[in-house]
Design a protein around this ligand. Structure first.
Ligand SMILES: *Cc1c(COP(=O)(O)O)cnc(C)c1O
Length: 405
């Protein structure tokens, strides 16, 4: 567990703030960003945090203060970024299937925009012509990423303008004289292989001639981080070398001041987050021991949604003998977090902690079964603070129109 937080601090946070609880380590977020910076040329690279992975404004503030830019997936994320004080030039909106009204709003806010359909590009051209530089998201038709559900660049994916439609893209660009300054490709999440990123590079290289205003090659996000104890993530040093060399070659070849952009989400926050729950019941059933905990897929949906693995520690009793457990939630659905998982012997009341809970954990949480969303806590320089409170009963009624008596 490479974090500045000790198990003792995490356990104390669980006791102080109650469970279930999301806990984040600001230092880890910053060190992940600095690790990226250290392996890419500062001249030719910019990073935009894909904030859909975790949008709490205190987290966004840590990211902003570290000097990182921000990538948004909805106009509301853009507004959160502005609320936190990101400058328009440091905000990128990579939309997909959005109504054109959101793109108009993004232009009014003066931020960077990537468009992902010919339809919206046509509307964009008709409204703005060459007046507002814009990016286009290309679907390269390559299979990449941890599994099909988190792959976005293959030939059945909804994302991007298919690379087979470049002629149509070019026709629209010329018709309205659109200033296309960015080519964008994001092929999926949990991409370990540097070669996959370089496939995007090949697509960019083929397109550069046809798009003379392009200055930015946006490789998207999707760096793999280790989830299992014996896993390794994307080799950032190797990726940095390969991309730097490619950029130098493209700059020499085109004579343009090209720059590479990346949109890491998981890479910045996944390992910086911990999700702590408490064991309500132990239930023996044949060979299986169920550990039923005080949370469920409403708070951490990744195992059921993507078959994601989250490493689980018993932080109340970390040194105890390992035993196999099925860790299950309290929701009226089959919400299995882990099956046949060796964990230090569990007693009812123990604190159970999920690793890699920073990205797409709280962010995908819901009130399903009318349960409260958990609180979130951020550690900065050894001190914890609440960054969003647990729901209360009134929160379940807040948006509902009262019954008339
Ligand atoms: C989700 C997303 C990312 C971030 O993906 P990670 O796997 O979290 O790094 C980056 N860019 C775009 C366009 C995305 O949709």
């Amino acid at each position: 567990m490479k974090t500045s937080l000790s198990l003792e601090q995490l356990k104390e946070a669980a006791m102080q703030y109650g469970t279930p609880l999301y806990v984040y380590d600001a230092e880890k977020i910053v060190s992940q960003y600095q690790h990226l910076l250290s392996h890419f040329s500062s001249q030719t690279t910019r990073f935009f945090y894909a904030c859909k992975s975790l949008t709490n404004i205190h987290i966004l503030n840590v990211i902003k203060n570290a000097g990182c830019n921000i990538d948004c997936s909805s106009i509301n994320e853009v507004k959160l970024a502005i609320h936190v004080g990101f400058l328009p030039n440091n905000i990128l909106y990579t939309s997909n299937s959005v109504g054109f009204d959101e793109i108009i709003e993004a232009v009014q806010l003066g931020i960077n925009v990537n468009i992902d359909s010919l339809s919206n590009l046509e509307k964009f051209g008709a409204k703005y012509g060459s007046a507002y530089p814009v990016g286009v998201r290309i679907r390269p038709n390559v299979m990449a990423g941890g599994n099909l559900k988190i792959s976005t660049g293959h030939d059945k994916s909804k994302f991007g303008i298919p690379v087979t439609q470049l002629d149509e893209l070019k026709t629209i660009q010329e018709k309205y004289n659109i200033t296309i300054t960015t080519l964008h490709i994001h092929t999926g999440s949990e991409i370990k292989d540097v070669h996959i990123f370089m496939q995007s590079a090949e697509v960019f290289e083929k397109m550069l001639d046809q798009f003379p205003a392009v200055q930015v090659l946006d490789f998207g996000g999707g760096f793999k981080v280790p989830y299992k104890p014996d896993e390794t993530g994307t080799d950032i040093a190797a990726l940095g070398n390969a991309v730097d060399a490619f950029m130098q070659r493209m700059i020499a070849k085109t004579g343009r001041a090209l720059i590479a952009w990346f949109e890491p989400g998981k890479y910045l926050v996944s390992e910086a987050g911990f999700f702590i729950a408490q064991v309500n019941v132990l239930k023996q059933s044949g060979e299986t021991i169920f550990a039923g905990i005080n949370t469920g897929l409403n708070h951490l949906i990744r195992p059921m949604f993507y078959d994601a693995y989250h490493h689980i520690l018993n932080i109340s009793n970390p040194g105890a003998q390992l035993k196999n457990y099925a860790v299950v939630g309290n929701i009226c659905e089959t919400d299995t977090f882990a099956w046949d998982r060796p964990i230090a012997t569990i007693h009812e009341g123990d604190f159970i902690m999920f690793l890699n809970a920073g990205a797409y954990g709280y962010e995908m949480a819901s009130n399903y079964n009318a349960r409260f969303k958990p609180a979130q806590v951020l550690f900065e320089t050894g001190v914890s603070k609440l960054i969003s409170r647990r729901d209360e009963f009134e929160d379940l009624l807040n948006l509902q129109v009262p019954l008339t008596k």
